[in-house]
Design a protein around this ligand. Sequence first.
Ligand SMILES: Nc1ncnc2c1ncn2[C@@H]1O[C@H](COP(=O)(O)OP(=O)(O)O)[C@@H](O)[C@H]1O
Ligand SMILES: [Mg+2]
Length: 378
Amino acid sequence: MRLLALRLWNFRNIAQAQIDPHPSLNIIVGANAQGKTNLLEALYYLSTLRPLRPVREVDLIRWGSPEARLYARYTHNGLSDELHLRLHREGKRMLVLNEQPITRQSGFVGTLPVVCFTAQDLQVVRGEPADRRRFLDSELSLLSHRYLYSLSQYRRALEQRNNLLRAHLEGSATLESLPEWNVQLVKYGARLFQARRKFLDQLNESASEVHQSLTGGKESLSLVYQPGLPIAHCPLPTAPEKEEEWADAFTSALHQVEGEEIRRGTTLVGPHRDDFLILVGGVEARTFASQGQQRTCALSLRLSEVPLLESLRDEPPIVLLDDVFSDLDPHRRARLVAYLQPRTQTFITCTDLGFFEPAVLEQARLFRVHEGQVSTDG
Ligand SMILES: Nc1ncnc2c1ncn2[C@@H]1O[C@H](COP(=O)(O)OP(=O)(O)O)[C@@H](O)[C@H]1O
Ligand SMILES: [Mg+2]
């Protein structure tokens, strides 16, 4: 995957810009609030059709302009693709790939794969179990339609089951239909358990490899799945690759907590209670790691998408790194660049070129961003 050209018109604070990127390393430099992240977001949006930050799509259009337009030309398994996107304040989004209008989003997403690291990724390491579940869900949904479907079915069953338990607690319903919802919950829940466990095994391997590279072999990263089942009383699958075993474990856990669930009016076990531990050198990163170590962990997790997507699509994705350098010492910064440079086409935003070795700067293309204007030198 290689981006050959990117153009923006009235996207965020960028009135007009033309980017002819370097095949490997691109550095976007500027002071705060000039439009660096906006530039990355243009690429991210073309790839995923989702804003990088949680805003409405019309907020991507430059204030005072009726529409925003994006254009990208890239090679994709040796073929050259051209993508046009138009966002209008009043109208619908228009997407044209190689002169063919795209009407079904599902037929498009994934054709321009990017991997994007933002400060938000730190939440996976520092945040709550819900942050880590969100990470797992978004990674797995990227890889499997079946997962995405199972997730929405599970959420539906969980909501209905919780509604029923609550209504029963308030005296407005009987538990007659509880067994039905248990069947649904276990069916889709077992799929989620199995898929998350399998994915975490893979992630454990690929993220720890990336982590080795970023730390020069000095630190080990490992991930430990913690399924939302009361482990003390409930035998976990001996063959975790089997959905049926997860279904059995889940059924038995539901059985054990049924009385308490009825008393409390909510579902106490299941994948909605999952978590995973992130260990650095055997201790929990969330509590014991330094800021730099936490950032490195978050990076290793995100960058493990690179080999994953590469094996899926036979070529590496484009990597976007937003403000990745703060908290990283010069060794880690240099190793990060050394890891990415030969593998992928990368776009890094930063406020200070002092973060880079002179030799690296010589091999990179530099884009300066000032008040929404993008200029190139070198
Ligand atoms: N739709 C928009 N129209 C015009 N300006 C915008 C729009 N959305 C955001 N901005 C402005 O873009 C500026 C730069 O944003 P950003 O790319 O996040 O800066 P940074 O260079 O620090 O990464 C912000 O100050 C914001 O006010
Ligand atoms: Mg920014």
